[in-house]
Design a protein around this ligand. Structure first.
Ligand code: PMP
Length: 359
């Protein structure tokens, strides 16, 4: 078996320990006589798994008691609709347009009310996080929506906006990679397929006072109060996804938790950015101040060389490095499960390619 270093933006690399544990449990979980996939979501054996997942996430993110932790289906995109349906009481909301997914979230919000784009870096191809000016916020907004890490453009918010209204954050591509104070947020949501587990699962953290204000037309499964009342089990949840998340949370805890992982992530990103800043061939595309620690975007300046690099890297076991079409070039997604050796091997390969191709 030859496992590769997978730099995919999502679904992305899982730790080998987690995959091996899932393999071990596949036919029989503990002494239950069955696979997790075969368990009723109402059974005591499954509820242990569900409760441990919730408890571990609570511990890892230091989530206060007045927040509800939920596991809806439908990924992060479904929450683009759920957010306005649950929170837009005055039918007004502020959004920061800092990337493709931030843009899509705002566009979805427009179906339900007046969306004010309080700051936007779209005209500059989202190479930075736009400047936030208080005067540009709608004083009647029900919430402010941000995307903490922009997966495609490789940028991240370095500090959280100060706001009097609930802050709603799409943390899909950097949840559990750095410490946050959950008290700063009204709502946090994230698709699971980057730092948590398999796709099709979403993590949703909602402050309890924000529950119960959904519109009458809100579909039942998008209504956070309904999900909360039923502990994410109004219908059959993604039972196996939640189990995989539990294994991932256990793994992260054993690594020392989010603060320890944040240090590793800073080091991993630094290895790549240091090389990019000294390279005679490659350069980073994001404005340095806002560089992401999860998604590192870079180019050679030649489409032809970019393509050759992606191809040759794949042959060397460094796969999925092609950038998103809207940025071009390359993107190395280095989420929690990417070991430091993967990044070191990538930089060594980039140096070799540079030696062979720099003019
Ligand atoms: N938000 C961000 C920041 C993302 O990176 C993604 C997926 N790459 C999404 C939302 C959409 O997530 P999903 O595919 O789980 O709906």
């Amino acid at each position: 078996m030859a496992r590769v270093y997978n730099f995919s933006p999502g679904p992305s690399m899982l730790s080998e320990e987690v995959l091996l544990m899932a393999q071990k449990d596949l036919l029989e979980y503990g002494t239950t006589g069955m696979s997790v996939m075969e368990m009723s979501h109402r059974s005591a054996m499954y509820l242990d798994i569900y409760n441990e997942s919730v408890q571990l996430l609570k511990e890892l993110m230091s989530i206060p008691d007045n927040y509800k932790i939920l596991f809806p289906q439908g990924g992060a995109t479904q929450q683009f609709s759920a957010v306005p349906l649950n929170l837009m009481k005055t039918e007004k909301a502020d959004y920061i347009d800092s990337g493709n997914f931030a843009h899509l979230a705002a566009e979805e919000g427009k179906r339900y009310g007046k969306v004010n784009i309080a700051a936007c870096s779209r005209a500059d191809n989202y190479t930075y996080i736009p400047d936030l000016q208080k005067a540009n916020f709608d004083p009647e907004a029900d919430y402010l929506h941000i995307t903490t890490n922009n997966t495609i453009y490789g940028t991240r918010f370095t500090q959280m906006p100060k706001t009097d209204v609930p802050l709603v954050a799409d943390m899909s591509s950097n949840i559990l990679s750095e410490t946050y104070d959950v008290n700063d947020f009204g709502v946090i949501y994230a698709g699971a397929q980057k730092n948590i587990g398999p796709s099709g699962l979403c993590v949703l953290i909602v402050r309890e006072d924000l529950l119960g204000a959904a519109r009458a037309c809100c579909p039942t499964l998008l209504n956070w109060a309904v999900l909360s009342k039923n502990d994410s089990m109004y219908n059959t949840p993604n039972t196996y996804g939640i189990y995989m998340a539990m294994l991932g949370f256990r793994w992260l805890k054993a690594k020392g938790g989010v603060a320890a992982m944040e240090k590793i992530n800073i080091d991993k990103a630094q290895i790549l950015y240091d090389f990019l800043d000294s390279s005679t061939l490659f350069s980073g595309t994001a404005v340095p101040e806002y560089r992401s620690r999860m998604n590192v975007t870079f180019v050679t300046g030649s489409d032809d060389l970019d393509n050759q690099f992606v191809k040759q890297a794949a042959s060397a076991g460094l796969v999925n490095l092609k950038g998103h079409r809207s940025v071009g070039g390359m993107r190395a997604s280095i989420y929690n499960a990417m070991p430091v050796e993967g990044v070191q091997k990538l930089v060594a390969f980039m140096k070799k390619f540079e030696g062979e191709n720099a003019s």
